[in-house]
Ligand binder design. Structure first.
Ligand SMILES: [Mn+2]
Length: 300
């Protein structure tokens, strides 16, 4: 687990994401108390999971240079890369959604190819704009698919809704990006969505990056985000997708928690639960399968 207390990419959304990692750590402690002797009862799955083979290690926060996004992102890619090199699965806590840019770079640098499953209300495909530049919360998926090891054909976006720039519709379709609106995702069901997303994103042996922008959830569930969009996913849907994908994920992030817009701590609790859902699901898989069989082997 790596905190990335950065909201320098929230150039159109509300600032405050820098307080996200601290809020998630505070919320996680409440559940960690239920772990006894390396075991925890997963009430929803029905089993007692042995966490013995897995450790949730807190690597602290990325060093932030508030005046310099590139310098911050370079430091972040190094810190996240160190987790990869230690054989860990990085869980990056945002921070606005631009935190995904260096996190994906860290995975790309260690992979022949990678794919992305993105749970989000928004496309995050802006190339560049006068107000936002190239490294904002609106650009992480553009920066990901343009990498040599990435591909728009291995990008799956789930939870999309609302309105967007007219040119983007054909641009996305021509490049073969898989896009599911929140309503369509709900119609198919979380299990089917997760399985199809996994197959698409990991085509040709690609390693899987999972990013959860908390605004994929309905604002009634997760109000404390940078920019709210009505009509989002319920918690159970997102939790199911995260749990189902977790054993296959090489790197994971939870972005856009904004504690300044989350006075009751509801959204911090949601973010913390998703982190724990991820860890417990990965631990369950690790108990029955060696780690080396769960993710494609890194190039170096
Ligand atoms: Mn986003």
């Amino acid at each position: 687990m790596i905190g990335f207390p950065w909201d320098g990419g929230a150039s159109l959304g509300a600032p405050g994401g820098r307080y996200g990692p601290e809020a998630v750590r505070g919320a996680i402690g409440w559940w960690l108390d239920r772990v006894r002797g390396d075991r925890v009862w997963d009430v929803e799955a029905g089993d007692v999971v042995d966490l013995g083979g897995l450790r949730l290690r807190d690597r602290g926060d990325v060093a932030i240079a508030g005046h310099d996004a590139e310098a911050t992102f370079a430091a972040a890619a190094d810190a996240i890369g160190a987790a990869h090199d230690a054989g860990e699965v990085p869980i990056v806590l945002g921070g606005d959604h631009s935190i995904t840019i260096p996190a994906v770079r860290a995975l790309a640098a260690r992979s022949e190819r990678f794919g992305v499953v993105q749970l989000d209300a928004h496309l995050d495909l802006v190339d560049e704009s006068p107000a936002q530049g190239r490294l904002s919360q609106s650009s992480p998926m553009r920066r990901a698919i343009e990498l040599e090891q990435g591909s728009p054909r291995r990008l799956v976006q789930v939870g999309l809704r609302s309105f967007n720039y007219p040119d983007f519709r054909d641009w996305c379709r021509e490049r073969g990006i898989t896009q599911l609106t929140a309503a369509e995702a709900l119609r198919r069901g979380a299990e089917q969505v997760a399985d199809e997303a996994l197959a698409t994103a990991t085509a040709d042996g690609a390693r899987l990056y999972l990013t959860v922008d908390l605004d994929c959830l309905d604002p009634s569930v997760a109000p404390g985000v940078g920019h709210q969009e009505p009509g989002g996913l319920p918690f159970a849907f997102v939790s199911t997708v995260v749990r189902r994908l977790a054993p296959h994920v090489a790197a994971f992030d939870v972005a856009e928690l904004n504690p300044m817009r989350d006075p009751l701590g509801v959204t911090a609790g949601v973010a913390a639960r998703l982190v724990l859902d991820f860890v417990v699901a990965a631990a369950r898989a690790a108990a029955t399968q060696p780690v080396s069989d769960r993710v494609a082997a890194p190039v170096r």
